[in-house]
Design a protein around this ligand. Structure first.
Ligand code: AMP
Length: 280
């Protein structure tokens, strides 16, 4: 695997790879790689000749009181894992100026109305930061394919909207959520949790599954959502939101909706926020 830490090195590497025919797939990450991330690389390898992973903890997407400084950075083990997966290129910028040369003057992309709902409501400006960095990475790398996880469902929908306008020739793929045995969606932030908290966290997926069952049994939607929130609170999971939306994240108001839909939730365990969802 070739590791580039500067734009200059990255450009040289990309030029070298562009001499060979075949598609290039990009997997943007913030590092601290787990099996969820690695599943994206496996999917990339099935769909493209070459794969490039980026590891960049993007300051723009963290709020003032969020965990930017304590976010787990595990460069050495990440490199080992990517090498094992036979990723071709890793771009791990040595500082933020390698991504945003004029960081102070940066004009961010606006995520719009959906960017202020669900996770955007509790993390103001978060999705502007996400879209700004993803757009920049698309511009720098110009991949044929980019892969995002369904775990960050709202993120991948907003990226789809952004890419439709700004990167119309790029194909986006959505990878399924990888979970641990007890159902907890893998996440770098699970590292913040104690064993007891991880056990509590497994109730989020249980709650999503039970809500799907209730929907299929025609239980009224507002009852399902009330019960879900009560259940989460009883398990010491403080819900930021628990909602049913359609696959484009439009609001669904009643239980008669027949199309593809998704329960989405964000909960806090002490100071750690976890998100999860289930499509059906
Ligand atoms: P992150 O490093 O958290 O920014 O995540 C990088 C990419 O990995 C995003 O597209 C995430 O949606 C995806 N991802 C994170 N966790 C999982 C998971 N448990 N299953 C599948 N994809 C995931």
């Amino acid at each position: 695997m070739i590791i580039a830490r500067t734009r200059k090195d990255l450009n040289k590497t990309l030029q070298f790879f562009s001499q060979e025919p075949g598609k290039l797939a990009l997997i943007p990450t913030m590092g601290n790689l787990h099996d969820g991330h690695l599943s994206l690389i496996k999917l990339a390898k099935l769909n493209a000749k070459k794969t490039i992973t980026t590891i960049f903890v993007n300051p723009l997407q963290f709020g003032k009181n969020e965990d930017y400084y304590k976010y787990p950075r595990t460069e050495e083990t990440d490199i080992q894992k990517l090498t094992k997966e036979k990723c071709d290129i890793l771009f791990i910028p040595k500082n933020k100026n390698e991504v945003f040369p004029e960081y102070e003057k940066l004009k961010q992309i606006e995520a719009g109305k959906l960017g202020n709902e669900l996770c955007g409501k509790i993390r103001p400006g978060h999705f502007n930061g996400v879209l700004t960095v993803v757009n920049k990475i698309f511009e720098i790398i110009r991949p044929d394919i980019a892969i995002f996880g369904a775990k960050d469902y709202q993120q991948q929908i907003l990226i789809k909207h952004m890419a439709k306008n700004l990167h119309p020739y790029l194909s986006l793929l959505k990878a399924p959520i990888i979970r641990s045995k007890n159902g907890v969606a893998l996440s770098s932030r699970n590292n913040y949790l104690s064993k007891t908290e991880i056990t509590l966290a497994s109730n989020l997926f249980k709650c999503l599954e039970n809500s799907v069952k209730s929907y299929k049994k025609n239980v009224l939607l507002h009852e399902i959502i009330d019960n879900a929130k009560k259940f989460l609170i009883a398990k010491n999971l403080d819900p930021d939101y628990f909602e049913l939306r359609d696959s484009k994240l439009n609001i669904i108001k009643d239980s008669s909706f027949n199309g593809k839909k998704i329960f989405l939730s964000s909960v806090k365990i002490n100071n750690t926020r976890l998100i999860d969802n289930i499509e059906f």
